[in-house]
Design a protein around this ligand. Structure first.
Ligand code: MN
Length: 248
């Protein structure tokens, strides 16, 4: 099995090194990742300049682009072969609920899936990688399950690993995305030339976080596994918009 690995924290992140070690137990691994932290890059492609791919001493390839650039480049010609699986992460921090639309970790996996390759994004909910070994163990369980029982059609899985696992050990739970409150306000500061500058504020707290959601699984010490779609069609609004159009 050929496994392509990327992330959004950059090729030097301990999280991607751990994921590459785990993946190597299951097949041939190639890493193509951003040259620096591109967290929050979502599904962006770099179209206004060319991209450069360099190889680090350990063999990881790094790109002056986004997570999506990395996976796109790898699958559409850089590798010269088609991977059987794309893995992204292990991210430093959760990607649950609304985070998934901004996440570069999810986007790297999504680009694989968009190009027809099964893909799994891994995020460790507590930042700082204190629980990286636990997270690597979870990644091993999930990849093992994928290898033992491959899906007939490609899937895109978003995996979030609890920073504080349940005492009896974390269970792999099927979840749906929860929802956060609106983001905190931007933070205004002043640069040395007295001009205003702005930091994007933190994400909102979890709001829709009841049983069955990714937030709930992780809060209770379990591993959240959410299958994701790319189709953004608002199916629940089709009737309402149809009725509105009939009156237009
Ligand atoms: Mn990140």
């Amino acid at each position: 099995m050929k496994i392509l690995i990327s992330n959004d924290d950059g090729y030097l992140s301990p999280g991607i090194a751990a994921l590459a070690r785990v993946a190597a137990e299951f097949g041939e691994v190639v890493v193509v990742a951003p040259d620096r932290d591109r967290s929050g890059a979502s599904n962006s492609l770099t179209l206004d300049r060319p991209l450069t791919v360099r190889t680090a001493p350990g063999g990881f390839r790094y790109v002056n682009g986004t997570p999506t650039d990395c996976v796109h480049l790898a699958i559409t010609g850089l590798l010269g072969f088609r991977p059987d699986l794309v893995l992204s992460g292990i991210n430093d921090g959760a990607n649950m609920g609304d985070d998934t639309i901004y996440s570069g970790t999810v986007a790297a996996a999504m680009e694989g899936y968009q190009l027809g390759v099964p893909a799994i994004a891994f995020s460790l909910a507590r930042r700082g990688f204190e629980q990286l070994e636990l997270a690597a163990g979870v990644a091993r369980r999930v990849v093992q399950a994928f290898v033992a029982q491959p899906f007939p059609e490609p899937v895109l899985l978003n995996v979030n690993i609890p920073g504080r696992p349940a005492a009896e050990g974390p269970v792999l739970q099927l979840t749906r995305l929860g929802k956060r409150h609106f983001a905190e306000p931007i933070i205004r500061a002043t640069n040395p030339r007295d001009e205003p500058i702005w930091w994007i504020g933190p994400a909102g707290a979890a709001k829709d976080a009841g049983p069955g959601t990714d937030f709930h699984a992780v809060d209770t010490g379990h591993v959240s596994i959410t299958p994701l779609n790319i189709d953004l069609t608002g199916y629940r609004q089709m009737d309402r918009v149809g009725a509105w159009l009939a009156q237009a």
